[in-house]
Design a protein around this ligand. Structure first.
Ligand SMILES: *[C@@H]1O[C@H](CO)[C@@H](O)[C@H](O)[C@H]1NC(C)=O
Ligand SMILES: *[C@@H]1O[C@H](CO)[C@@H](O)[C@H](O)[C@H]1NC(C)=O
Length: 458
């Protein structure tokens, strides 16, 4: 077993991610279960002193059921009365309210609205797993902020599985490929959010797809206003929430599982040499008790159809990733850290892409090349890494979202704007340009997490 298989169970995994674990690869299953059990009871983690996040309410059942069709079997139901939703909505938290920029409206002070309006994810666009999960979480976060009911419905179909690209128009037919069918089933079992309202409650309600290609807050309020005026109980199928998340990226901070800890815990890694003179505080990095505890630095390089279909505006160069990786590994070296660098990417389909892997391997110290690995395993590795370099991709973004205590490095600002729906959370850092240049302030975020003094303020 190589270093990259090291189990991050003690690393304060966000609870949502724990839901991903029951269905993952057999060699990790036991440790994940331990993590779930630890979380459910005492919230204390084993070695590192960091704690697992408070779980979404509800019990986790270890035997993952094969019935994925009915959400009444949901393992994490958090049915709340309208009054309970009113009291537990994030709006009620004044401290958070003053800190974050959240959408609001007087409609949600109307008891009728809390009793008769709910949202669920629309499940119409069969996008990649990252895009879908980001949107599902956004819909839940919106309900959590406002106190509207939230109904969880399991993932329908996923694009980018195996050789399949998008399922925007075709039916979700995996019958010709049992491996892909199994992967989709695992994905369904891994992704689950709480419902605060039951499927039976919304039976007989109007079900209304929020049509706008982009879900604009004012537009949604307009449709909500119509429902209020007609006193028509309505379940909104909200799907294209991208403009909501670009306008209100703070939305995600409504969920405690997605907020960085305060203060952030140091990233621990085995020090390569106890006599390292480069860092006065490197002794503090010895917090791990046992072997195989190198820091995990993951890089997601989105290629695949982004390259073959010529979406060139989303492509960051090989040199970008090499430069950025070097900027990060220099800090790790200065801190005396042991680390591995995982390079997650698609299977190379052209000679240029094969050559690119060689360039990356040569250019990045300690790089472990992982092209074309299992989608869900890759996602899990990215979402549990200590440091993650993102691509202009919702697969990266979803992984970073799920790992608020990791260091997440977003794309350069000019890249972010070319992708519709891209957003940046305020705790993510980003390089300045397409060369992967890191400003001192951004580098300092990494330096401080591994126990080095900041450099910017000299
Ligand atoms: C919002 O999320 C918090 C934390 O998971 C939970 O305690 C609360 O009940 C949720 N409230 C609503 C209205 O969903
Ligand atoms: C990247 O680096 C090259 C070579 O140093 C330079 O000419 C170019 O302007 C840089 N590009 C950006 C976007 O900073």
């Amino acid at each position: 077993m190589s270093l990259v298989h090291r189990l991050p169970a003690s690393r304060g995994l966000p609870a949502l991610l724990l839901l991903l674990l029951a269905a993952t690869a057999a060699h990790t299953a036991a440790a994940w279960k331990t993590a779930v059990a630890t979380d459910g009871s005492s919230s204390s983690s084993s070695s590192s002193g960091r704690q697992l996040r408070g779980f979404w309410t509800g019990k986790s059942s270890s035997g993952s059921s094969s019935s994925s069709s009915s959400s009444s079997n949901a393992r994490h139901v958090l049915s709340l009365s309208a009054q309970q939703r009113l009291e537990s909505r994030t709006w009620s938290n004044a401290a958070l309210q003053s800190k974050y920029n959240w959408p609001s409206s007087p409609y949600f002070d109307d008891p009728w609205v809390l009793d008769n309006i709910a949202v669920t994810y629309g499940h119409r666009v069969k996008d990649g797993i990252g895009s879908q999960v980001v949107r599902m979480i956004a819909v839940y976060a919106l309900a959590n902020i406002t106190g509207m009911g939230h109904l969880f419905r399991p993932l329908g179909c996923v694009g980018h599985i195996g050789g399949h690209v998008h399922y925007r128009s075709s039916s979700c037919d995996f019958s010709g490929d049992s491996d892909d069918a199994r992967l989709l089933l695992r994905a369904r079992q891994m992704i689950e959010l709480p419902s605060t309202i039951a499927e039976s409650t919304v039976e007989g309600w109007e079900q209304q797809l929020v049509r706008a290609e982009s879900f604009k807050w004012e537009k949604f309020l307009g449709e909500l206003g119509d429902a209020v005026q007609q006193q028509q109980p309505t379940l909104f199928l909200a799907e294209h929430v991208n403009s909501l998340t670009t306008t209100y990226p703070d939305l995600f901070y409504a969920l405690p599982q997605l907020r960085p800890s305060e203060p952030l815990p140091p990233l621990s890694c085995r020090s390569s040499s106890s006599s390292s003179s480069s860092s006065s505080s490197s002794a503090g990095m010895h917090s791990k008790p046992w072997m195989l505890d190198a820091l995990r630095f993951a890089i997601h390089i989105r290629r695949g159809d982004v390259v073959t279909d010529g979406w060139s505006e989303r492509i960051l160069s090989t040199q970008y990733y090499v430069n950025l990786a070097r900027a990060v590994t220099q800090v790790l070296e200065a801190a005396g850290c042991q680390y591995t660098v995982e390079v997650h990417t698609e299977t190379p389909r052209t000679p240029e892409m094969v050559e690119e892997l060689h360039t990356l391997k040569r250019g990045i110290p300690n790089a472990v090349m992982l092209p074309g690995k299992d989608l869900l395993w890759t996602w899990q590795m990215m979402a549990t890494a200590d440091i993650l370099v993102m691509s202009n991709s919702m697969f990266s973004v979803s992984a970073a979202l799920l790992n608020p205590d990791g260091i997440s490095i977003h794309v350069p600002p000019r890249q972010a704007v070319v992708r519709q729906g891209m957003f940046k959370l305020r705790h993510w850092i980003a390089p300045e340009d397409e060369n992967g240049t890191m400003a001192d302030a951004a580098t300092d975020v990494i330096r401080q997490r591994v126990g080095l003094k900041p450099q910017a303020t000299r």
